[in-house]
Design a protein around this ligand. Structure first.
Ligand SMILES: O=C(CO)COP(=O)(O)O
Length: 214
């Protein structure tokens, strides 16, 4: 399983989470990445943890004030990017162009989606992975893998029907090792999570729990 910790704009210490994620990944032999604010990418990458951007813009170099350039996040140490997160929705044409931008910068990609239908549409754009995250469960206490297991299974089927090479992740409310194992049993090969680590009093203990069943 791949565990990606999205720090969103939470008021956590990105370096505390990054060093914890690096150490837990090393100790457990599990792939864990951290996705901080764009301005923290290079500091986070310098810890040695796998580092992802939360978004890249659909533009190239040029007159694009305020954009998050794929090449710039790669220069800062990111190796991948989320796209179309529920809190950063994009037009279809812009998702496609941002995938091109990520490709130019050699970034891996995860396109987020609300439901299995959107997962199928996202898979048609050939990202490395799609992630199903029901918006109503994001930031809550109940994991998608227990609250709505059918959505994960349907997302896996929807992606496979379009492109078997696209991995399927899930997220929303995931906070424990049991949640991660349940998602794995439903066919997901990765987890996106945020509050379970970013809002934890002890991010390292939270990460150790997340990987405990793998
Ligand atoms: O949006 C998410 C990850 O990208 C999920 O957030 P929570 O883990 O806080 O539910």
């Amino acid at each position: 399983m791949f565990i990606l910790v999205n720090l969103k704009a939470y008021p956590c210490d990105p370096l505390e989470v990054a060093t914890a994620a690096r150490d837990v990944a090393d100790d457990a032999g599990v792939r864990i990445a951290v996705s901080p604010q764009a301005s923290h990418l290079s500091q986070v990458a310098d810890t040695g943890v796998e580092t992802w951007a939360q978004h890249v813009s659909p533009n190239e170099h040029g007159s694009n004030t305020g954009s998050t350039l794929a090449e710039a996040v790669a220069d800062a140490g990111a190796v991948g990017t989320l796209l179309n997160h529920s809190e950063k929705r994009m037009k279809l044409a812009d998702i496609d162009a941002s995938l091109d931008a990520a490709d130019r910068a050699n970034l891996e990609t995860i396109v987020c989606a609300n439901n299995p239908t959107q997962v199928g549409a996202a898979a048609a754009l050939s990202p490395d992975a799609v992630a199903v995250e029901p918006p109503e469960l994001i930031g809550g206490d109940v994991s998608v893998s227990t609250a709505d297991p059918g959505i994960v299974e349907d997302a896996v089927d929807a992606a496979a029907a379009v492109d078997e090479n696209v991995d399927v992740f899930c997220g929303a409310g995931v906070s424990s090792g049991d949640d991660v194992v349940a998602a794995q049993d439903l066919g997901a090969t990765g987890i996106l999570l945020a509050s379970g680590v970013a809002k934890a009093d002890d991010p390292k203990a939270a990460l150790e729990d997340l990987v405990s069943g793998l």
